[in-house]
Every structure is written in C-alpha cells, then in structure tokens.
Write a new protein. Structure first.
Length: 424
C-alpha cells in the first residue's frame, strides 16, 4: 500500500533529499510505492491531477531530476527486493533496488552482472542510461545484460519488454533513459566471476604525467578484457592503474612500474563486494556537487596535454572497449560504443556561497577537452542537450518511440527525449 507524504509530514524531508545537496525542491506529494500496482495508481494520479511527475530510485541524478517542485514524486525505494534464480542464472530486481543489494544477492553464489562503481546508486537509473561498471569490458553494459523489463506506461498499463515482446520498447530501454515509463522490475543475466578483485594504482609526479599517460594509453590497446584501465589527474600528479575482477591480474604490474618514476604504489586484492563499495559517499547528502563528462574515441597527445595543464579541479578516465563493442550499435538505444575512454571532472563542496566559483571551474576544465570529445554518457549529462548522447538517426528513432509510449511527455523529468510530434 502506498504511503503518501506531504510537506510537514514525518519522513517527507528525508524522502525528498538526494545525493546532491544543491537540490532543495519540495514536491506537493511523495508517493512511496511498495508494489507495481502502487506505481500504476501514482502514475494515474499524476495524470488526473495534472501534477508534474518525477521518479526517484537511488537519487543520484546530479541535476535532481527526480524531485519535482510542487509535483508528484514516485519514490521507488520501498521496492528494493532482489531474487536470484539459480536455474536460469537470472537476477530479478525491483525498480527501487540499489546496486549494493543486487551485488550482495548475486555474490552469495559467486555471481554478478555489470553494475556501477557506487553501491548506493539506483539500479534503475544506472541501467536505463546504459550502465558502465567494472565488468562491462567482459560482459557488456548493464543494459546489455537485461533480458526483460516490467514497465508501467504513461497510460498506467503494465507491460513486459523483451527481445521478443514489445521489442521496440526493449530497444529503447537499453540506454534511452527514463523516457518511456516506470520500470518496476528488471531481469539481469548473471555471470560466474568468483568473489575476488584486484585494484592497482601507481602515482607519478606531475612532471612525468605526460609520458606516463601516453604509455598508459598504449598499454590499454592490448589490455585483457578482465582489466579496466583507470586514470586520476590532479594538479599534483597522475594516478594510473586498473581494476581486475577474477583470479590473478598481476601480469600488468611490471608494465605500469615502467611508465615513469613511481611516487606511490598500491596493489590490493579485495572481495568483489569491497570493490563495489569502496567509492561510496559515506557523507550521504551533505555535499553540493557538480560534474561534466565527455566520451573520447581517441586520446591524442594534445588531449593529454590539456588534461594535465589545466589548473584547478581533478579528472578521471575509465576505459571502455571489450564486450561493450560486441553489441551492434543499432541493437540498443545506447550509443558511442566505440568510445575509448570516458572522462569526468567533478567537485563537491558545502558552502552555498561557493556555488558559482566551483561550477565555473568544472565547466572551464571540461571546455578545454571539448575539442577532443565525441559524444557523452547520458547518465553524466548535466544541463547539456540530449543530442550529445545520441547521433541524429538514433535520436529520431527514440523520438518516434517516445511518441508511441508517452505522446504527452508525462515522463519528462529525465534526460528528456521529446515525442516526435512535440519535437517537430
């Protein structure tokens, strides 16, 4: 049974708070749904009451898209169940589950599917945008591992989308974001990975960063699919390394030690569950946050110079490739499968008076890398046009799909794709 929260009710402020403390919006009503039928009722209530509708799961949208000021927010967090079907090797995940719940349930059997790098991220938001994680180079993106979706449409109908049933919707849900309905359940293909991971990190001084990054780029060309290369760039230096899931993983260590003078080396074997939560924000919703992202389909020397010569914020790179490229581009809404590295520059702070300065420095840093970028990850878009995530032909197909399933654009508090008729 749905619990409805209104301003002043106990739990209301907690329910409307999300990961980015800059977002301080007040919905007229929050519908905390426990079943698919509850979601149906909430969607229909939003339509009949003419209330703007937002959908909250993990609350990690940097732009706070889940929280409608004066509208109705569907809070899926009570729907956090995960069931493992060992015979089919499938995880059945409710739409409000967090990644940590999925990981813990699957790891009881040495299984996993591609999930993001922060355990308190919502399964739904991550997966609907594509879903990058440490297993993506081996098994594809999170959306590539979904075999079925249960969806509540804008009309309040409950439908199932698979490769054989409502196949057009299945295509759009694989990377098209939250545009087509409320996904109340996912079925994920699971893979046997064991329970071990290895994290290797090597820090080089700033004066060696250029040569080290060039060498790291070349090593990535032949990296095994078990290895996901990472880079962290700060004004003081660069940390290069990789994450390896499974046994062994130390064959690459001598090559990293040879990239330049190593100031600090950290090589740590750990349980996979520890890997999946090591980047969690234990501070909860305390910080104000801002980020920008790019996709690089190559990393020319000029881009490396821009990465290390821009003073101020830090940046990270994470390698794509491997199984991500195995899925044909036209098989799913997710685009830019030929990406080599994903770039993100992010910052966090607490003083509202610093908003303008902190946002400006992130924008300026990202702008220096724009000449080398080709596209962006839909889940890191932050005020940019949706066309950065999709090429024109695919965006047109998504707009037609939107017109079929949500012609009035009820679900628009997302990285929105306007229905074809409205877009025209």
């Amino acid at each position: 049974m749905t619990t409805f929260l209104h301003p002043g009710d106990r739990g209301y402020d907690e329910a409307r708070s999300i990961w980015n403390a800059m977002i301080d919006r007040r919905p007229a009503v929050i519908a905390r749904c426990r079943t698919t039928a509850d979601v149906v009722d909430a969607v229909r209530l939003a339509r009949t009451s003419n209330l703007e509708l937002g959908i909250r799961c993990g609350g990690h949208s940097i732009a706070g898209l889940a929280v409608p000021d004066g509208g109705l927010m569907i809070d899926l967090t009570p729907m956090g169940g995960v069931e493992i079907d060992l015979e089919r090797r499938i995880a059945i995940v409710q739409g409000g589950a967090l990644l940590g719940e999925l990981d813990r349930a699957a790891q009881r059997y040495g299984l996993a599917t591609t999930a993001g790098n922060v355990s308190h991220t919502g399964v739904g938001g991550l997966t609907l945008g594509g879903g990058m994680g440490w297993l993506a180079r081996r098994f594809g993106l999170a959306c590539d591992n979904v075999t079925a979706y249960e969806v509540v449409t804008a009309n309040g109908d409950v439908i199932r989308a698979t490769a054989d049933e409502n196949a057009d919707l299945f295509w759009g849900l694989r990377g098209g974001g939250g545009n087509f309905g409320v996904v109340t359940a996912f079925e994920f293909q699971l893979h046997e990975i064991g329970t071990r991971a290895l994290v290797a990190e090597f820090t080089y001084p700033i004066e060696a960063a250029y040569d080290a990054l060039r060498g790291w780029r070349e090593l990535n060309r032949t990296a095994p699919r078990e290895a996901t290369f990472t880079a962290s760039i700060t004004p003081d230096g660069v940390t290069l390394g990789y994450v390896w899931v499974g046994p062994r993983g130390d064959d690459l260590l001598p090559e990293f030690r040879a990239l330049g003078p190593v100031l600090h080396e950290k090589v740590e074997a750990m349980p996979y569950l520890t890997l999946q939560s090591r980047d969690d924000s234990v501070q909860g919703h305390r910080y104000r946050r801002y980020w920008k992202g790019h996709y690089f389909k190559s990393l020319p020397d000029e881009a490396i110079k821009a990465l290390i010569n821009t003073p101020g914020p830090s940046a990270s790179l994470q390698a794509y490739g491997g199984a991500i490229c195995d899925t044909p581009d036209d098989a799913a809404a997710f685009s830019h499968r030929d990406t080599l590295f994903e770039f993100v520059t992010a910052t966090r702070w607490q003083d509202p008076a610093a908003d303008e300065e902190r946002i400006a420095e992130i924008r300026e840093y990202a702008a220096t890398l724009t000449p080398y970028a080709e596209g962006a990850y839909v889940n890191t878009l932050n005020g940019e046009a949706i066309h950065r995530a999709f090429p024109p032909a695919k965006l047109a197909r998504l707009a037609e799909l939107k017109a079929k399933y949500d012609p009035d654009n009820l679900f628009h508090l997302n990285q929105n794709i306007a229905p074809a008729a409205l877009a025209a």
